[in-house]
Write a protein that binds this ligand. Structure first.
Ligand code: A2P
Length: 304
């Protein structure tokens, strides 16, 4: 299985990352140190996770040189976190992430959600900036040219929203789209479309997140394949993601699991197909969808 994928910039992004969403303060630092020690070189975080300072501290205490690390963060502007998407606000949010992480550039910076809130807070939708993320994107392009970000991408964008963005004259195409992908929500159409359009997907909540992980690991096909290959059910699922051609971002703060999750294995074709079919043959269900929580007048994933 690929250990890296090559982005349009030519940069090589490691296929397995440690995801740090829901990795709390007081535990995320150790998880990052365990990961780096085990051989991870890719940490996927975000400003809104509230743990970037502790991640930065762990990075500083490790002896991995910066140029061997892949650091992703997600902005919060009138399309980054959702009330910092306004083009004039992005740089200050980025600078805050940079200073917390203790670095002067990010390898990848994403628009966290295709939804912009007004700066007043309280999740009031900025309809104009939500309908047209191009000004936000242009600001990100500027920050690439300034040397603060090496690659830019999007997250939680459905096909309609991607096309809405890419119909503009972009200087840099989105390098990735980070979306929820797991056994319960495998999104085969989005995966197919993304491959046809040369847009790499990154799988968040690849095990089904904390609420569905136990169920994911107990899927009969997953257990059978694990038993047959002598690997763990989590390794079966993480390997499946890479074999589907996506980056995978498993989250764990448990050292033994952090180590386990880095080791992916090519599944025999029949087992891969069995898993793909099993994932497609139950009602598709998202594990993560904050649309209602944010009281959006639409479902952010509609039209996919
Ligand atoms: P923990 O962080 O307590 O170790 P996802 O990556 O889909 O978001 O899933 C994260 C959830 O899966 C967390 O609850 C995490 O628990 C758990 N988890 C991560 N890796 C493993 C593993 N190898 N075996 C069992 N559970 C895991």
């Amino acid at each position: 299985l690929p250990t890296h994928y090559t982005l349009p910039s030519g940069d090589k992004i490691p296929s397995v990352a440690l995801g740090v969403w829901q990795a709390g303060r007081g535990e995320v630092g150790n998880a990052v140190k365990t990961a780096l020690y085990a051989g991870y070189r890719h940490i996927d975080g975000a400003w809104i996770y509230g743990n970037e300072a502790e991640v930065g501290q762990a990075l500083a205490e490790s002896d991995v040189p910066r140029d061997q690390l892949w650091l992703t963060s997600k902005a919060s502007c009138a399309l980054l976190w959702n009330n910092y998407h306004a083009p004039e606000d992005i740089e200050s949010v980025l600078d805050d992430s940079l200073s917390k992480l203790g670095t002067d550039y990010l390898d990848l910076y994403l628009i966290h959600w295709p939804v912009a809130f007004k700066k007043t807070g309280n999740n009031v939708l900025d309809e104009e900036l939500t309908a047209d993320p191009y000004p936000t994107w242009q600001k990100l392009e500027e920050l690439v040219d300034k040397g603060k970000i090496r690659n830019i991408g999007i997250s939680n964008f459905n096909i309609r929203r991607i096309e809405n963005l890419t119909s503009n004259p972009l200087k840099y195409q989105p390098a990735v789209n980070q979306v929820e992908l797991n056994f319960w929500n495998p999104q085969p159409e989005l995966l197919k479309w993304s491959k046809e359009n040369d847009l790499l997907l990154e799988a968040y909540s690849p095990l089904g997140s904390s609420t569905q992980v136990a169920k994911s690991l107990a899927v009969p096909e997953v257990k059978d394949i694990a038993c047959k290959l002598g690997i763990t059910p989590a390794q079966v699922l993480i390997s499946w993601h890479v074999q589907r051609g996506t980056i995978v971002l498993p989250k764990s703060v448990t050292p033994v699991r952090v180590v386990e999750n880095l080791h992916v294995f090519e599944l025999p074709r029949e087992d891969f197909d069995k898993l793909e079919n099993a994932a497609a043959s139950h009602p598709q269900k998202r594990v993560v969808n904050p649309s209602k929580g944010w009281k959006l007048p639409f479902d952010v994933f509609d039209g996919e």
